[in-house]
Design a binder for this molecule. Structure first.
Ligand code: ATP
Length: 258
């Protein structure tokens, strides 16, 4: 059996993606695959199109061309109702964690369960309590977002994005606004969840510490190139990429000799 025949279906398969705002191309001909259970990072300098790529993947924006396939099923070709169903199989952690300020942490985590399942109130509460415990927030269920730290908000957002047991989790700049230690703990949590639940993690980030500590593989986008300039394991790319843009980014601007 050849490698292609034995390879399992990727979690995410993107082919020839073209993303634009009102005719202004940001990304063109972007193709990559994310394996199941992988911690996969999209990296690159400010304005290279990381968030744009994320928005085009999860249907907030419609790509100009190309295809996005999740777990073997086309998302780009899916009918709107099917798309909604597929979206329930993903979790998204937005930058600001996007918690409802008038709801407690438990109520925030319960929301997707209320919206998308027929579970009873008691069952929803139990799941929400469990999800909050999974992210280290046992005992904080009745706090309101304003009463907790930025790191705890991210954890609560993570608990909410895990409520429906997603196969794939999208994280948009998870470390943004966190101090290095809190950010490190969040990284550890992302790994723990992947190891425990097998969730595929698709992370948009330019935090080198996170990239080097938890990314299995990365793609690096470049603004001028309007696409991918590197793909691989971050340490390997930092050490031996032939592209100065890649080595410079991964060495914080200090271009090491080849
Ligand atoms: N809603 C929008 N309308 C028009 N142009 C946009 C919009 N959002 C982003 N852009 C442009 O698209 C390009 C890519 O932006 P994007 O936010 O995807 O980059 P990024 O890599 O995520 O940047 P950062 O790391 O700073 O968040 C930028 O030139 C930006 O100005």
């Amino acid at each position: 059996m050849s490698d292609t025949e034995s390879a399992p279906t990727p979690a995410i398969d993107v082919q020839g993606l073209h993303c634009a705002y009102e005719g202004r191309t940001i990304l063109k001909d972007v193709s990559f695959q994310v394996r199941r259970g992988e911690v996969f990072f999209v990296i690159g300098g400010s304005g290279c199109g990381k968030s744009t790529l994320l928005r085009n993947l999860i249907g907030i924006q419609t790509p100009v061309a190309g295809s996005v396939t999740f777990l073997g099923e086309s998302f780009t070709k899916a009918r709107p109702e099917r798309r909604q169903e597929l979206l329930q199989r993903f979790g998204v952690l937005y930058q600001g964690a996007a918690l409802w300020t008038s709801l407690t942490l438990r109520q925030n985590v319960e929301l997707p369960l209320e919206e998308y399942t027929t579970l009873s109130r008691r069952e929803r509460e139990e799941i929400a309590t469990l999800k909050l415990a999974q992210v280290g927030l046992a005992g904080s269920e009745d706090f309101y977002p304003a009463e907790i730290s930025g790191g705890m908000k991210k954890r609560a957002g993570l608990a909410r994005s895990l409520a429906l047991d997603p196969a794939i989790l999208f994280l948009d700049e998870p470390s943004a606004g966190l101090d290095p230690i809190t950010s490190r703990k969040l990284d550890d949590l992302v790994l723990q969840i992947r190891d425990l639940l097998g969730t595929t993690m698709f992370v948009v980030s330019h935090e080198l510490a996170s990239i080097f500590s938890i990314a299995d593989r990365v793609i690096m986008l470049d603004r001028e190139q309007q696409g991918i300039v590197a793909e691989g394991q971050p340490r390997e790319l930092a050490r031996s990429s032939g592209d100065p843009r890649v080595r410079e980014f991964l060495h914080r601007g200090d271009l090491p000799p080849t």
